[in-house]
Design a protein around this ligand. Structure first.
Ligand code: ITT
Length: 195
């Protein structure tokens, strides 16, 4: 069975990729499975640069075909922030990060709270050019968090078509409509072609 390293430390992402690559006949490996404790630094200025850095960096460390993604939230009223800094926005994590985002948007009215999630996936394997695909999901930043599903900014991300936040939607629904789902479908098509 072909192995694919999913190079993330984020268990939420790993769960989503495992669901989306179900039935492909791939043995998914994690950094923990391979005992890789080194971190590939995300020093790029764009999601694409970071996804490429991670996929190629962990390929070099593992010797195994590697998928890495870089993703994040872009808020129009904040000129695209937190963007590539989404994981460390405000220097805080978890619930405190949601509050930090709300504080930054305190005076922004509902109709100007447009945002999007972006996900760029890089697939790297020995001797081949790295493949890059991406996906996006549009929404609105809520006035207060709602829901307990998903991870990260999901409780603040309101999806108009469903009249719910991403954290209120069943994970199956999130996995159909998310930025990561759109990018993963494109990655899946590459994997199915025998990449
Ligand atoms: P790895 O680098 O180990 O994959 P990470 O969590 O640091 O894990 P990123 O660098 O891609 O991942 O940062 C993405 C951040 O953007 C993530 O920590 C969340 O805060 C946010 N984010 C990305 N996708 C999201 C989603 O589907 N729902 C909610 N927040 C998301």
């Amino acid at each position: 069975m072909q192995e694919l390293l999913i190079a993330t430390h984020n268990p939420g992402k790993l769960r989503e990729f495992a669901a989306m690559f179900d039935g492909l006949g791939l043995a998914l490996r994690t950094l923990d499975d391979l005992g890789i404790s080194e971190d590939v630094e995300e020093t790029g200025a764009t999601f694409e640069e970071n996804a490429r850095l991670k996929a190629e960096g962990y390929l070099a460390l593992s010797g195994m075909p590697t998928l890495a993604d870089d993703s994040g939230l872009e808020v129009a009223a904040l000129h695209g922030a937190p963007g590539v800094y989404s994981a460390r926005y405000g220097g805080v994590k978890g619930v405190a990060q949601l509050q930090y985002l709300l504080d930054q948007m305190q005076d922004v009215p509902w109709h100007q709270r447009l945002a999007r999630f972006v996900c760029v996936i890089a697939l790297a394997r020995p001797g081949q050019p790295t493949q890059i695909v991406q996906g996006t999901l549009s929404g609105v930043i809520e006035l207060a968090p709602r829901g307990s599903g998903g991870f990260g900014y999901d409780p603040l991300f309101y999806v108009l078509d469903y009249d719910q936040t991403l954290a209120e939607l069943p994970i199956e629904t999130k996995n159909q409509i998310s930025h990561r789902a759109e990018a993963a479908r494109a990655a899946r098509a590459i994997l199915e072609q025998g990449w």
